[in-house]
Design a binder for this molecule. Structure first.
Ligand SMILES: C[S@@+](CC[C@H](N)C(=O)[O-])C[C@H]1O[C@@H](n2cnc3c(N)ncnc32)[C@H](O)[C@@H]1O
Length: 208
């Protein structure tokens, strides 16, 4: 069974798009998309030879035909791709993949393991707008999932930092973390964290 993160990503994919799941590992997402006819075509790629070996086994067991590629990011993959999915890797790796891509990608659907502020601000610099953001909780962990589209529209710093999700539980979780940290800090470091706390309270109030 597909986990909630990958199922949510699948729900954001446009049915008429050709998709690649970069960093596919087991290729569960690509298999789910193909099996349920959720896009025009799907490819799967991973930097690890072993991952692609497993992916190919899973694809064969599902009696499907999905082209797979052993490659770093988007190097040497087909050029007809509309949507790129990258999930389960860190923001720096994701940004390297996007920066090094020679393809004209319309949509990226991204779930980074860390540093969503770095991700959002650099995607904006690369010409991608955060068109939709959702945060899901799976196995007691929160996962922001962002759909970036090619656009000159820009968000302000506040949205780049805190995102656009309406998941109040997630912001309450971030708030509790900040409140726990601040009690242990010397006075000179408290100001920055108090600002964080105020911003998170503002989001919770405005988006509830
Ligand atoms: C935790 S798995 C993610 C699987 C799936 N995408 C998910 O979110 O559940 C991370 C995968 O990223 C792959 N990976 C790491 N860096 C990569 C890169 N630069 N290009 C392609 N794949 C990469 C690893 O080999 C590994 O299979």
């Amino acid at each position: 069974m597909l986990n909630l993160k990958l199922k949510t990503i699948a729900s954001l994919i446009n049915k008429n798009d050709t998709v690649i799941d970069v960093a596919c590992d087991h290729a569960y997402l690509a298999i789910y998309l193909k099996k349920n006819n959720l896009c025009k075509e799907v490819y799967a790629s991973d930097i690890s030879e072993n991952a692609i070996k497993n992916a190919n086994k899973n694809i064969e067991n599902a009696h499907l035909k999905i082209k797979t590629f052993i490659t770093n990011g988007l190097s040497s993959v087909p050029s007809n791709i509309d949507t790129v999915v990258i999930a389960g890797v860190g923001a720096s790796t994701i940004l390297d993949i996007v920066k090094n891509s020679l393809l004209d990608i319309k949509t990226y659907i991204i779930s980074s393991n860390n540093n969503n502020y770095l991700l959002r601000s650099n995607m904006a610099k690369l010409g991608y707008y955060n068109n939709f953001e959702v945060v899901i909780k799976d196995n007691n962990k929160y996962y922001p999932i962002i759909k970036f589209i090619k656009s000159n529209k820009k968000d302000n710093k506040f949205l780049l930092k805190y995102g656009k999700s309406n998941n109040i539980d997630y912001y309450n979780y971030l708030l509790k973390k900040e409140e726990a940290i601040i009690t242990k800090l010397p006075d000179n470091l408290k100001i920055k964290h108090q600002k964080e706390i105020n911003n998170l309270k503002k989001i919770i109030k405005e988006r509830t």
